[in-house]
Design a protein around this ligand. Structure first.
Ligand SMILES: C[S@@+](CC[C@H](N)C(=O)[O-])C[C@H]1O[C@@H](n2cnc3c(N)ncnc32)[C@H](O)[C@@H]1O
Length: 218
């Protein structure tokens, strides 16, 4: 209970100071965490590589670690030092996390700057795309495609209806920005989406978007 409250407090504090990158007041619910890891849960027997982008206090990580086995690899890319501290404590103290701590690594940096020699079978992202300018969203999606294996799955979430509604309800420069983001995201969804889960039990309700990339794109 104490951990639950302190993680929420960290989130709220970081939302106040770093609104654009934190992107939400509260961590995602366990229902959203289950929806976003749906394809990871269906993994086969061969070892897999998983990349989590923007884990925050670990709402999705807590599900991810339960689906990992010996020989798998988990990389977490998180920009915010306060969240990295929380994640390190969870890997040190919580049984499901401890079990895979040796095969996991936290990288405190921007996803856009993250590079790894081998691509990933699964990318699970909590990055708040709608908060960023189109050029950043474009670079983030390029990073996903660069880091994903052909045939791999990208799962990310966004708050339900917010992106399409904001294209109608905003004005001026904000509208230009959200239209730019919407165009990029809509195109990727049209080309690659395999499923959308509607998750009502989350604040706010969310869509878990799942994309499969057949060819690596550059
Ligand atoms: C909306 S929160 C999601 C946190 C968590 N996945 C959840 O669902 O509760 C977004 C997270 O992405 C991180 N973040 C934002 N931009 C980032 C970037 N470019 N690279 C890496 N992490 C980033 C933030 O620090 C924050 O932890």
């Amino acid at each position: 209970m104490l951990r639950f409250l302190s993680e929420r407090l960290v989130f709220l504090r970081e939302f106040g100071g770093k609104f654009e990158t934190t992107g939400s007041i509260l961590p995602s619910s366990r229902y959203l965490a289950r929806a976003i890891t749906r394809y990871l849960k269906q993994r086969g027997d061969t070892p897999i590589r998983v990349l989590e982008c923007g884990p925050g206090t670990g709402a999705f990580t807590d599900q991810i670690v339960r689906h990992l086995r010996e020989g798998d690899r988990l990389d977490l890319v998180e920009l915010n030092e306060s969240f990295v501290d929380v994640l390190e404590k969870r890997f040190a103290n919580e049984p499901h996390w401890q079990a895979v701590a040796d095969q996991s690594e936290i990288h405190q940096q921007l996803l856009q700057d993250f590079d790894d020699s081998e691509p990933y079978d699964f990318i699970i992202s909590g990055l708040p795309h709608v908060n960023f300018p189109p050029v950043v969203v474009d670079t983030i999606f390029q990073s996903y495609f660069r880091l994903l294996k052909p045939g791999g799955t990208l799962s990310y979430f966004e708050y339900a209806y917010i992106r399409p509604l904001r294209t109608k309800l905003t004005l001026g420069k904000t509208r230009q920005k959200i239209n730019g983001v919407n165009a990029i995201v809509t195109e990727h969804l049209a080309n690659h989406r395999i499923r959308r889960d509607n998750v009502l039990v989350n604040f706010p309700p969310a869509w878990a978007q799942h994309l499969r990339i057949e060819q690596t794109q550059h």
